[in-house]
Design a protein. Structure first.
Length: 44
């Protein structure tokens, strides 16, 4: 998410991938504390 430009940009990419049936695995490159603070999000 840090390299994408934020939550809204991540959602746009996930919805575009879903449209073409491409799986998206969002992962975090932060420290353990940063990982705990990052919410888990999946397109509905």
């Amino acid at each position: 998410m840090q390299r994408l430009g934020g939550l809204l940009e991540m959602k746009k990419i996930a919805y575009l991938a879903e449209e073409y049936y491409v799986p998206v695995a969002i992962h975090n490159i932060s420290s353990p504390i940063g990982t705990m603070l990052t919410p888990t999000w999946q397109p509905l």
